[in-house]
Design a protein around this ligand. Structure first.
Ligand code: PAF
Length: 291
């Protein structure tokens, strides 16, 4: 496994890898490090489906708002590196901030509308930062396939839309959420939670699981689904609700609420929620149908 920090070097290495055989495929897993089993499931899929696996580790300042946790976001390159080595990753791209955003950097890409709903309401510049760095990484690595987690469902939808609308020659894969045995979706931010906060955070997967059961039992009214989730979430005083939304998957268009809450479709419907537990923002979702 090689670790490369500069753009010219990773580009030269990828050219070399491609020249080693006809139709060799490059798979790519972009990450911000602090890797957990969710990331590793993406790496495993990438290894299975491609000849060469590239993982980037870059805590992207452009996707953090001014009062968010960029400075304290967990960073542990050595542990990440040894996990990736064990999984048989070929290349790690680990650029410094100035390698991606040199002084005076000014070009950004924005996926309109999709980036302004759900998480975009409380994080208005987040998806512009995500789309920009992912497009830059795609231009650098030129992968055939790229792997994202469905916990960040809105991110996956936005990247898919960007790839389609900018005619990028890459297949976007969005893989299932990986959870701890207690149900909490894995996230690099879970390390921030105190034991009491972690207990409170469990209301999020429980509320969504309960909603899933009610939908399976026949509930179709979007307003009632949302209200049920909100009621569950408000049971914990340690938890504040950012949003609960029931939306179409491709367009992220909310199904209207009460009165007369609209009936959800039986697939391609995203049920998503974001909460704050103390200072930690957590998201979770389920999808009726596939991304
Ligand atoms: O999902 C993440 O970790 C990040 O948003 C990504 C895709 C690596 C871009 O910085």
């Amino acid at each position: 496994m090689k670790m490369i920090k500069t753009i010219p070097e990773i580009q030269a290495e990828i050219r070399k890898q491609r020249e080693q055989g006809q139709a060799r495929t490059i798979g790519f897993v972009p990450t911000m490090g602090a890797l957990h089993q969710g990331h590793l499931s993406l790496v495993q899929a990438c290894r299975e489906e491609n000849d060469v696996t590239v993982v980037s580790i870059f805590v992207n300042p452009a996707q953090f708002g001014p009062n968010e946790d960029f400075e304290k976001y967990p960073r542990d390159f050595q542990t990440d590196e040894s996990m990736l080595k064990e999984l048989g990753v070929d290349l790690i791209f680990y650029p410094a901030k100035d390698e991606i955003y040199p002084p005076g950097y000014s070009t950004y890409v924005e996926v309109e509308k999709l980036g302004q709903v759900l998480c975009g309401k409380s994080r208005p510049t987040h998806f512009k930062g995500v789309a920009t760095v992912v497009l830059k990484l795609f231009n650098i690595i030129k992968p055939d396939r790229a792997y994202f987690g469905r916990k960040d469902a809105q991110q996956a939808v936005i990247i898919k839309r960007m790839a389609a609308e900018l005619n990028l020659d890459v297949t976007i894969k969005a893989l299932p959420i990986v959870r701890d045995p207690d149900g909490l979706a894995l996230s690099s931010r879970n390390v921030y939670l105190s034991p009491a906060e972690r207990g409170a955070a469990l209301h999020l997967p429980r509320a969504l699981m309960r909603a899933q059961e009610r939908i399976q039992a026949g509930l179709k009214d979007a307003a009632e689904i949302k209200a049920g989730i909100e009621t569950e979430l408000r049971k914990s005083p340690l938890l504040t609700v950012d949003y609960v939304e029931v939306a179409t998957l491709d367009g992220l268009e909310p199904f209207p609420g009460s009165p007369g809450g609209q009936l959800i479709a039986s697939n391609n419907t995203l049920v998503a929620a974001a909460v704050k537990v103390g200072k930690t923002r957590l998201i979770d979702n389920f999808i009726l149908g596939e991304i």
